[in-house]
Write a protein that binds this ligand. Structure first.
Ligand code: ADP
Ligand code: MG
Length: 359
């Protein structure tokens, strides 16, 4: 077992008329035994990065190492990683036992009795022992996904590479499999790179989260780090649900002037020194309704049971607030909100880099 190190990994595609930089000089160190989640919007380069690690794509530039071994020039079958995809592509004519044992049959010198024993161990681990004689079409989606996992686990690989493996499952099963996968990964202690576009899944599952945008790695950190101290507005916006509220404000000394009647004087103006305008960020969960604060106009109230989502306008800006269930303003009502300076985010208006995050 080992960690995985990407050094300025670059992958470009030529499609005749188009030149695409799918992975743009990514530096990333995945620790031995770590569950790292690679997350970002569709098309940001997650799958390509994973395929480069697997050896399914040649990198245009940069190096990939497993532990101390440079594997950049090794082909996929020489890298000893196991991949699990969204479309888990089980062999339809084979039963579960044969599907799980297939890789061992092809790549190891084990006897069929040894393979059988190993397959049964893995099936027991995944709770699919009773299904060993069944064909894929006789299984539910969740069971099929377990078989696909079994096929990966049975080989004792150096690393698991998973590309949106749960996205074909319904919400409830997905939540259950998330937990199971995490437990399994921690028990097996195998370095894992898990790709998803779903930030909630990323936050829930990852030991650390690597956030990509436009082929570039934006930030790597624990869920708490990327939530509290995003490096830029993209990360702040991508992490957290509902998304952070952001708007432009002009700076006058220590005072921020925003849309509608927004006006706030900073106790500590040092982050905005030298800036004429900044981007202000306030998370929906950091806003409370008060008698005398920033006035906004209610558009919609969405009751969520234990809290309410309040959608409102502040001048031209649309805001989302998470408020206590007892707060029930009607559409058109003016309400006031307040927030703590500790929870305020500020970003450079040009570069979008963070000037201030949560303290
Ligand atoms: P993600 O998995 O984050 O959705 P991908 O890694 O699949 O993103 O794609 C990143 C970019 O590379 C996209 O612009 C995509 O169209 C492009 N791309 C991926 N694979 C190929 C390919 N084989 N040929 C050309 N372009 C590709
Ligand atoms: Mg993808």
């Amino acid at each position: 077992m080992s960690g995985i190190t990407l050094q300025t990994v670059r992958k470009e595609f030529e499609t005749g008329e188009e030149h695409i930089v799918a992975v743009d000089d990514v530096d990333l160190e995945i620790r031995d035994g770590e569950f790292l989640v690679l997350v970002g919007p569709s098309g940001c380069g997650k799958t390509t990065t994973l395929r480069c690690i697997a050896g399914l794509e040649d990198v245009t530039d940069g190096t990939i190492a497993f532990g101390d071994d440079d594997v950049t020039d090794l082909r996929a079958r020489e890298r000893d990683v196991a991949m699990v995809f969204q479309n888990y592509a089980l062999y339809p004519h084979m039963n579960v036992r044969e599907n799980i044992g297939m890789g061992l049959k092809l790549s190891s010198s084990m006897t069929s009795a040894e393979i059988d024993a190993k397959v049964e161990d893995v099936a027991e681990l995944l709770g699919i022992e009773p299904l060993l004689a069944k064909k894929p079409k006789e299984l539910s989606g969740g069971q099929q996904q377990r078989v696909a996992l079994g096929r990966a686990i049975v080989r004792d690989p150096e690393a698991f590479l998973m590309d949106e493996p749960l996205s074909n499952l319904d919400a409830k099963l997905r939540a259950q499999m998330r937990t199971e996968l995490q437990t399994l990964q921690h028990d097996l202690d195998v370095t894992t790179v898990y790709v998803t576009h779903d930030q909630t899944e990323a936050m829930a599952m990852g030991d650390r989260i690597a956030i990509m945008d436009g082929g570039e790695l934006q930030q790597v950190g624990t869920a708490e780090e990327v939530y509290r101290t995003p490096v830029n507005e993209f990360v702040a916006d991508f992490i957290g649900s509902p998304s952070i509220n952001t708007f432009d404000a002009t700076v006058e000394g220590a005072t921020l002037h925003g849309p509608g009647g927004f006006e706030y004087t900073l106790d500590d103006p040092s982050p905005v020194e030298g800036h004429d305008t900044v981007r202000v960020g306030i998370r929906p969960e950091d806003m409370t309704l008060v008698d005398d604060g920033v006035a906004i106009e209610t558009t919609v109230l969405e009751p969520m049971g234990n809290e309410n989502f309040l959608y409102a306008t502040m001048g031209e800006e649309e805001l989302t607030l998470r408020v206590v269930p007892s707060a029930r303003p009607s559409p058109g009502d003016t309400v006031d909100f307040a927030f703590d300076e500790d929870s305020l985010y500020l970003f450079d208006a040009l570069t979008s880099e963070a000037l201030k995050t949560k303290t």
